[in-house]
Design a binder for this molecule. Structure first.
Ligand code: GLP
Length: 263
C-alpha cells in the first residue's frame, strides 16, 4: 500500500484531482474504450471534485469518455432530495463537466427490488470491463462506502443497515436530527471495490486518525473494513497530517521518505 501524506486537506484535494486527471489522460479513453471511475460522496472528496472541475474548465481534462459508478446511495431518498447522493454528484461535479448522462451509474435508493438493483449494478460494471480507479473516503469507524464494521471483506453490492456511529456522523447533513438520517443504504461491497485495478482512499482531519491507524498499521480485519486495502495490489491512501495523528512516528517517517519524489 502507498500512503501519501500532505500538509492539509487542500493539498490532498489537489493531489487527488491531479492523480485522477493523470490516470484518465494516460489511458487515452475513447467511446469504445472508456476509462471507468468509482466515485465517493461525503465532505472529504469535495475539494477533489472542485479541482477536477477547474482542470476541465482549463481544458486540461475531458470526461467525455469516462464511465462512473458511485459507491452508494441512501434508501428512501428521491434523487432530487438535497442529501441524496444523486443530488450531491449532480450539484458538486456532474453538472459542471462533459460527462454523458448515460455514462453515470448511481444505485437507485427508491427501488422496490434491492436485489435486482444491486445485481444490475454489478453487471453494468462487469459489462464495461471493471473499474480502473475506485476512489473512496473513509468513515470514522473505518468503513468504506457503507461497508460498516463486520461487513464481509468479500461482500458485493447489497443493502446495508447503518450503524449509530455513521448515522450520528452523517446527521450533520440532516439538520443534526438523527431521525432524519436514513437507516439503510445500497452500497458496493468491499469485494466490489477491491476488484478495481487501483483503489484510492482519501482521508483528512483528526477524526479519521483512528481509522488510518487500524487501516495501515493493524492487521486486515472486518472490524475496520478499510484495512482490506492492505491486500490490494495497487492501494493508495492520500491523507493530511492531522489524519496521521494516530500512526507511529516511524510509519509517518517511512512514508514521507519513500514517497518524497513520487506523484
Ligand atoms: C459516508 C459515505 C462514505 C464516506 C463517509 C465519510 O458514510 N457513505 O462513502 O466515505 O461517509 O464521509 P466524510 O468524507 O464526510 O467524512
Amino acid at each position: 500500500m502507498r500512503v501519501i501524506i500532505k500538509n492539509d486537506k487542500d493539498a490532498v484535494a489537489d493531489w487527488a484531482a491531479n492523480y485522477v486527471a493523470f490516470r484518465i489522460k494516460e489511458f487515452k479513453p475513447t467511446r469504445t474504450k472508456p476509462f471507468v471511475l468509482g466515485l465517493p460522496t461525503g465532505s472529504t472528496p469535495l475539494g477533489m471534485y472542485a479541482n477536477l472541475i477547474k482542470l476541465f474548465q482549463a481544458h486540461k481534462i475531458s470526461f467525455e469518455n469516462v464511465v462512473t459508478f458511485n459507491m452508494d446511495e441512501y434508501i428512501g431518498l428521491e434523487p432530487s432530495h438535497p442529501q441524496s447522493y444523486h443530488y450531491f454528484m449532480q450539484e458538486n461535479f456532474f453538472k459542471y463537466i462533459d460527462i454523458k448522462p448515460e455514462n453515470i451509474h448511481i444505485l437507485d435508493g427508491m427501488t422496490k427490488n434491492y436485489m435486482k438493483e444491486c445485481a444490475d449494478f454489478e453487471a453494468a460494471m462487469k459489462a464495461v470491463g471493471g473499474v480502473h480507479l475506485f476512489i473512496g473516503g473513509v468513515g470514522e469507524d473505518g468503513h468504506i462506502a457503507f461497508n460498516e464494521p463486520f461487513s464481509s471483506l468479500q461482500s458485493r453490492t447489497r443493502i446495508k443497515t447503518l450503524t449509530q456511529s455513521t448515522i450520528r456522523a452523517n446527521s450533520r447533513f440532516f439538520d443534526h436530527d438523527l431521525s432524519k438520517v436514513p437507516t439503510q443504504a445500497l452500497t458496493v461491497g468491499i469485494g466490489t471495490i477491491m476488484d478495481a485495478k487501483e483503489v484510492l482512499i482519501l482521508a483528512t482531519g483528526k477524526n479519521k486518525a483512528k481509522a488510518l491507524h487500524h487501516g495501515i498499521e493493524e492487521g486486515v480485519s472486518h472490524v475496520w473494513t478499510v484495512s482490506e486495502l492492505q491486500r490490494h495490489p495497487h492501494g493508495i491512501i492520500v491523507c493530511d497530517k492531522e489524519a496521521t495523528d494516530e500512526l507511529s512516528p516511524e510509519t509517518v517517517e517511512y512514508f514521507l521518505d519513500i514517497e518524497r519524489n513520487n506523484f
